[in-house]
Design a binder for this molecule. Structure first.
Ligand SMILES: Nc1ncnc2c1ncn2[C@@H]1O[C@H](COP(=O)(O)OP(=O)(O)OP(=O)(O)O)[C@@H](O)[C@H]1O
Length: 554
């Protein structure tokens, strides 16, 4: 009996469950489809936003880097590397994060607010009008405060960049820091700059916090105001209780959305000020463009250089006239050496020929063409070779460092250039030969070896005009002979401008010009200048005394 009842009951409950399932099947499936669609939308939305953000950051970094690299040398005289790197990294990152956050959360809050406003208007136009008059006040106050906080944010970000610059400088020059036992001092300096940044960021945080708490108070006031005005409309029968309830729910949703927006405000402030720091350089036009202008065909380029009444001050130090009425001719195919006391302006002459800067007045011509009318990329990339004898090597292989002189050069051409520069033997003596990687600043090879790699690099370019900015640091006798020998080979058949610091190396120059206080004081050959017993003769005597004094003392 019990079994029968229980079977019956079971049959009953099974059929009830069956009916129940039949009724629920369609809505449950709809709900399931909705959940899957929601998951799919969430995925598409997050993925799309992430793609847009990353592509934007990547593009911004590319644009910013190419804008920075294009800037005048004067720009780099007044901006520290660390600050520039900070814009490329931290500022772009801040801009991207704020953009993603503001778009994802801001869009939701704004659509929620608009949607609720519409339904509120449908419920009660007078109450909605009251709401609508208050929202512009919030926006107005927000914009004013936003402007103030954006300036604060910009200042704080600039300070962060300054601290990064201190850190960058110390790490880039770690050998000097170590040699002078300045680690503690550098740590202190960095800590000081960081501390300033921390205070500025905290003040900014306080400003944003004050704005948010004020906005919250204000928004809660709106809800209270709605209750008050709604109550009076209710008592006068202008609104039904159910509608007032619905209106209040919508008001609270708006309040939550606007509170969410006020939270986003801090990110918006940081993002826009980071963005303006990024775009400031992207929109900055250099005064000396990289491209544009005439080129002289290789076969008709003789390399006669003339400086005519050149006056020049560095843009960062306008009040100091570095060159004054500087006039000098470098005949085609001849070697001209600039000598003179330190700070006289010799390296400046070389920098002007490379058009790192433009003259204030006067002109510099190559085969009669003003360098201002020549294509700067052609001028620096093809016409002029620059060998700084304290060269910087890139953190890559030796072969790539030499190929920097002509990216299209074959391995054979690179090796031929290295042979001419007396570099092939020492490069092959390394276990990895030409594939040997040199350190970040080429620190894994000696000074003389670095110089010969730099000479090979310039040789590969095969320029008509060569500038040799002589090293101030002396090499040992053997190394110096190898370097000098390589230089003699590389100089043959070209117009050469030597910025000389040691007079012993330039006695055979065709012309020696003594630069003093930004002008040519004497010019002639070694013999004629020695016979003259003037400034050049004095310089030689000074150097001889300097060289002989240590041995005299010994
Ligand atoms: N980038 C720069 N910005 C501002 N002033 C500079 C810059 N480079 C050099 N100067 C200044 O210009 C003057 C000439 O410098 P320059 O390097 O041309 O002299 P130099 O004769 O080559 O000296 P040295 O023999 O010591 O290398 C110096 O007073 C120097 O301080």
């Amino acid at each position: 009996m019990i079994n029968v009842v229980s079977n019956h009951l079971n049959n009953d409950s099974e059929s009830a469950a069956g009916n129940y399932w039949q009724e629920l099947k369609v809505p449950a499936m709809r709900l399931g489809i909705m959940y899957v669609a929601q998951a799919a939308f969430t995925f598409v939305y997050i993925h799309t936003l992430s793609c847009v953000g990353e592509r934007m950051a990547c593009q911004l970094r590319q644009d910013l880097f190419s804008a920075i690299v294009r800037q005048d040398i004067a720009f780099f005289d007044s901006h520290r590397t660390g600050e520039l790197v900070n814009r490329l990294t931290t500022d772009v990152q801040d801009f991207k994060s704020s953009f993603k956050l503001c778009v994802s959360q801001g869009l939701r809050s704004i659509t929620q607010t608009i949607g609720c406003m519409v339904s509120m208007y449908l419920i009660s136009p007078p109450l909605t009008l009251y709401m609508a008059t208050i929202v512009p006040v919030v926006i107005g106050v927000g914009s004013l405060l936003g402007k103030f906080l954006r300036n604060q944010s910009r200042a704080a970000q600039a300070q962060v960049a300054k601290s990064t610059a201190v850190c960058d400088e110390a790490l880039s020059n770690i050998r000097t820091v170590r040699a002078f036992a300045m680690e503690e001092k550098e740590m202190e300096l960095y800590a000081q700059e960081l501390e300033k940044a921390r205070i500025m960021q905290e003040n900014l945080g306080m400003g944003i916090g004050l704005f948010q708490s004020g906005a919250n108070l204000f928004l809660n006031g709106i809800v209270l105001g709605t209750v008050g005005i709604g109550g009076s409309l209710l008592s006068s029968g202008q609104i039904k209780p159910g509608d007032l309830m619905a209106f209040l729910v919508a008001t609270q949703t708006i309040q939550r959305s606007l509170a969410q927006l006020s939270l986003l405000f801090g990110h918006y402030v940081r993002g826009t000020s980071a963005g303006s720091r990024v775009f400031e350089y992207i929109h900055l036009e250099p005064s000396i463009p990289l491209q544009g202008g005439k080129t002289i065909p290789f076969h008709s380029l003789f390399g006669q250089v003339e400086f005519k009444n050149v006056y020049f001050s560095y843009p960062t130090r306008q009040d100091q006239k570095v060159l004054k009425d500087f006039t000098l001719t470098l005949p085609a195919g001849k070697v001209v050496a600039l000598v003179g006391s330190s700070g006289g302006g010799k390296s400046t002459v070389a920098a002007l020929l490379e058009r790192f800067y433009d003259t204030d007045s006067g002109e510099i011509t190559i085969d009669g063409h003003n360098v201002k009318n020549l294509d700067p990329t052609w001028l620096r990339g093809r016409a002029i070779g620059f060998i700084n004898q304290e060269p910087i090597l890139f953190a890559s292989s030796i072969i790539e460092n030499i190929r920097y002189g002509k990216p299209s050069a074959s391995d054979f051409e690179v090796m031929e250039a290295a042979k001419l520069a007396n570099a092939d033997d020492f490069i092959r003596s390394f276990p990895n030969g030409y594939a040997t990687r040199v350190g970040e600043r080429g620190v894994t090879i000696s000074g003389g070896q670095k110089q010969r790699i730099a000479i090979a690099r310039a040789l590969l370019k095969n320029p008509s005009i060569l500038i040799l900015d002589e090293a101030t640091s002396a090499l040992d006798a053997e190394s110096e002979k190898l370097v000098q020998d390589a230089l003699d080979k590389v100089a043959a058949g070209r117009t050469v401008l030597i910025v000389a610091h040691r007079l012993s190396t330039i006695q055979n120059a065709d012309i020696i010009a003594v630069v003093s206080k930004g002008t040519i004081a004497e010019v002639g050959t070694h013999k004629s200048l020695v016979d003259k017993r003037g400034l050049y003769w004095n310089l030689i005597r000074q150097q001889q005394q300097n060289h002989s004094s240590p041995s005299a003392g010994a």
